[in-house]
Design a protein around this ligand. Sequence first.
Ligand code: GLY
Length: 292
Amino acid sequence: MTGGKGVKVQGDHFQTKKDALEYCEDVLQTHPSVVVEEKFEGEEFSLQCLTDGKTVIGTPPVQDHKRAFVNDFGANTGGMGSYSCENHLLPFLEKKDVEDGLEITKKVAEALYKETGEYYKGIMYAGLIKTKDGVKLLEYNARFGDPEAMNVLPLLKNDFVEVCQSIINQQLHKIKFKFENKATVCKYVVPEGYPDNPVKNEKISIGKIPKQARLYYASVDSREDGLYMTSSRGVACLGIAEDLEKAEKIVEEAAKSVKGKVFHREDIGTRKLIEKRIRHMKDILSHKIRKL
Ligand code: GLY
């Protein structure tokens, strides 16, 4: 495990087989093994599901932004921010894509039981990608996504404790789930230099934030004289509204109010970036983008 930051993609982080082997050799100095996977071209999305081992419930799909800088430049991070839409789809997804992701997850939950004889109870957070050949599975995490949890949990109208109890008691099928039909945008405020060379122990201050915004404190230290950043993602800001444009405006104002040696991605949830995603998906579906 490399803290979610070990993945290198051909054509992006390296070009040739030789480059790939050199990276593998580097990793093998400090880690026991390397996983090599088929490369998929497409748009990634997160489908965080709840399961009691028998029933699997999907939450609204979310798109995370792994790259550190605006326009998807820079190193991979734990996730710089994410968005979800009021119709519980994403601008490049059809209803069928989300259903396919859920179907894969149901089959995996079933297979887990068949193979282990035990019901897996908890979160199945599927990392999925829509390709020209349909939705493919990249990975599962047995936890919510960070930041994606902050997009979906505030929309959940049910009592979360009851939901958790129904997972434990295998009564999830009895719960009538309701997620608000609202758009969400989350942006992480991180230390300058993050993720490769973050400045540490820098004091931050938080100005006036819009009343509709929420702030979630992550890697920050609360000291007698105020708040200090550590070396990781510090404060997650969230905007919830009827549509993406409004949610983005709220969150951007909140993120800007965090002052200090910090930055955030201004482009997450903006029309410009969303249109780029839609174009990318259209090109893939029309076979304009071929595998390297
Ligand atoms: N958003 C990426 C993760 O939680 O792993």
